[in-house]
Ligand binder design. Sequence first.
Ligand code: SF4
Ligand code: SF4
Length: 182
Amino acid sequence: MGEKKRKKIKTIKVDVDKCNGCRACEVACSAFHAAPKYSSNNPARSRIRVIREPLKDIYVPVYAGEHARAECMGRDKYTIDGKEYDECSFCRASCPSRDLFKEPDSGLPLKCDMCESDPELKQPLCVQWCITDALVYEEREEEVEEAAAGEELDTGLEALADKYGLDKIMEAVARMAVAKKG
Ligand code: SF4
Ligand code: SF4
């Protein structure tokens, strides 16, 4: 069990009814995470994706969440105000069932990091670029359990091991260790 700590909780409130599907949020996010920053934009690299079905007037901004190794056995299908949404529309997982939230070249999972950077942004970039206020940023302080050290590293390594095999990862780490020593 981790320790309790006071932490800033960052929330982006999504008002689906206000989203017009312009995809400015996708452009902003992918540009912010390009290397070097703002050098390119490609919505496929964005950590927010807009599910768009203009004929049904459906625009759902979804944030990339946790990486799921395997497809889940269940499927969610929502009907809201008479509009029927596709299966998994609201799911945030990067999972094998779809291309969403995967780095297009490497296939590695993408996850929203709330635009963590130094210096800190006043508001996440997707929120700044959303002129309809479909995305609204809020923050508050709360007492939370500290994540066990290395949890994120484990997730990243697991994804790499799934893609390339554990042996290849171990070989690469061994090569890197030798290079560092030399
Ligand atoms: S920028 Fe705002 S309105 Fe445009 S697609 Fe994204 S959430 Fe929707
Ligand atoms: S908060 Fe930042 S990282 Fe997350 S989706 Fe928006 S622009 Fe991308």
